[in-house]
Design a protein around this ligand. Structure first.
Ligand code: ADP
Ligand code: ADP
Length: 229
């Protein structure tokens, strides 16, 4: 079944068309790469899905519900930023717990439950033992895991990642590819990963979407993308 469906979504900024009638359908529980050159509309597409921007026309259904006009916090969609956006004065644990404490209408009020959830998420992303480190004292790969954990702790039904490996050096980037795939498999939600790198998109995506000139021009698994003219 599909987690997200976009139908004929159009987004413009003044005279600039940023998304030109985008149709897409994302299955549950999968790793999806969104590949496209600079200026093709990747970031705009993520922002429209997240609810940071409203499209001019078209519809967006998330888990069967029309979210066209729903505010971002009603979407259950997590967002991981390229620069990680961590709080530098806080520890790993507090950065991760912040997502939970700060969440609107969160039913988790019991501190013990909250602490257990933080521990579980720390184990899930592979940060056990580093809980008390300041985030200024950990590596780039570890910061990436903190950013992901902070999103996952709110239990999103889908996670959007905007060039998540862009801030890492080449060595670490290839290790984190494998790590991100493994983390996604453990939590079972759909990841939509934006990248300008064909190698990265094809290596990581169960499904690859190709965006060109503000519309989706190809959609399929890596084999299919390779074999299409
Ligand atoms: P990508 O992420 O693939 O580089 P974007 O989604 O950032 O592409 O941009 C798609 C198009 O929309 C580009 O032509 C870009 O210049 C334009 N655009 C994006 N954001 C804005 C904005 N805030 N104001 C005006 N034009 C924008
Ligand atoms: P990872 O692959 O998990 O990012 P690295 O191989 O980059 O790990 O780093 C190994 C160890 O070196 C880490 O456990 C981390 O504590 C330490 N380290 C790496 N980079 C930094 C840094 N910029 N500041 C402080 N410690 C660092």
């Amino acid at each position: 079944s599909s987690v997200l469906t976009l139908t004929k979504v159009v987004k413009t900024y003044g005279d600039t068309v940023a998304l030109n009638s985008v149709d897409l359908r994302l299955p549950n529980d999968s790793y999806v790469s969104l590949l496209g050159p600079s200026g093709s509309g990747k970031t705009t597409l993520l922002r429209v899905i997240a609810g940071f921007e409203l499209p001019e026309s078209g519809s967006i259904h998330f888990l069967g519900k029309d979210v066209g006009t729903a505010p971002p916090h009603e979407r259950d969609i997590g967002f991981v930023f390229q620069n990680f956006a961590l709080f530098p004065h806080m520890t790993v644990r507090d950065n991760i717990g912040f997502g939970l404490v700060n969440r609107l209408n969160n039913p988790v009020t019991d501190t013990n439950v909250a602490q257990r959830k933080v521990r579980e998420i720390i184990a899930l992303v592979g940060l056990t033992g580093l809980e008390d480190r300041a985030v200024t004292q950990i590596s780039g790969g570890q910061k990436q895991r903190v950013a992901l954990a902070r999103t996952l702790i709110t239990e999103p039904k889908m996670v959007l990642l905007d060039e998540p490996l862009g801030a890492l050096d080449a060595n670490l980037r290839s290790r984190m590819r494998t790590e991100l795939k493994a983390i996604r498999e453990r939590c079972g939600v759909t990841f939509l990963h934006v990248t300008g790198s064909e190698t990265e998109a094809l290596a990581m995506g169960d499904i690859v979407l190709v965006l060109d000139d503000k519309r989706i021009v190809q959609q399929g698994d890596a084999d299919m993308i390779y074999n299409q003219p």
